[in-house]
Design a protein around this ligand. Structure first.
Ligand code: FE2
Ligand code: FE2
Length: 130
């Protein structure tokens, strides 16, 4: 399904929960939060790539390329941190860095990709954008 701004807000709540768990240091809670975060985030990236980015790339190829490259970086980072988590080596500061990068990525998309989708493709599903 085509993502909307609400997906970024929903993911933001997962980021918050993940940072809180990393801070509290309960490994079981962190594992649970991580699984939810990883599943939803990877699905979100796949949905953007399947539904929004192909058309966006025809209009704004450089920006689309940049977003796709960021997706690859994000996937690599999530994989690496998942391995750290399995080895009980995942640090709060590393989680915070990842969440910071994800927020930057979402902000960038809000201002470019989502704004474009709202204007050009599907205004009814993106009512928050002006
Ligand atoms: Fe994205
Ligand atoms: Fe996104």
């Amino acid at each position: 399904m085509t993502p909307t701004f609400d997906d970024h807000r929903r993911l933001e709540r997962l980021f918050e929960a993940l940072v809180t768990s990393a801070h509290e240091g309960d490994p079981l809670a962190l594992r649970e939060r991580w699984s939810e975060f990883e599943r939803d985030l990877l699905q979100h990236l796949a949905d953007e790539e399947a539904t929004m980015l192909p058309a966006f790339a025809r209009q704004r190829p450089e920006e689309a390329k940049r977003i796709l490259a960021e997706h690859e970086d994000i996937r690599r980072a999530v994989l690496a941190l998942g391995i750290d988590l399995d080895l009980h080596l995942l640090r709060e500061s590393t989680v915070r860095e990842l969440v910071h990068r994800l927020r930057e990525h979402a902000r960038r998309e809000d201002a470019s990709l989502y704004r474009w989708v709202h204007r050009e493709v599907d205004p009814w599903r993106h009512p928050h954008v002006v």
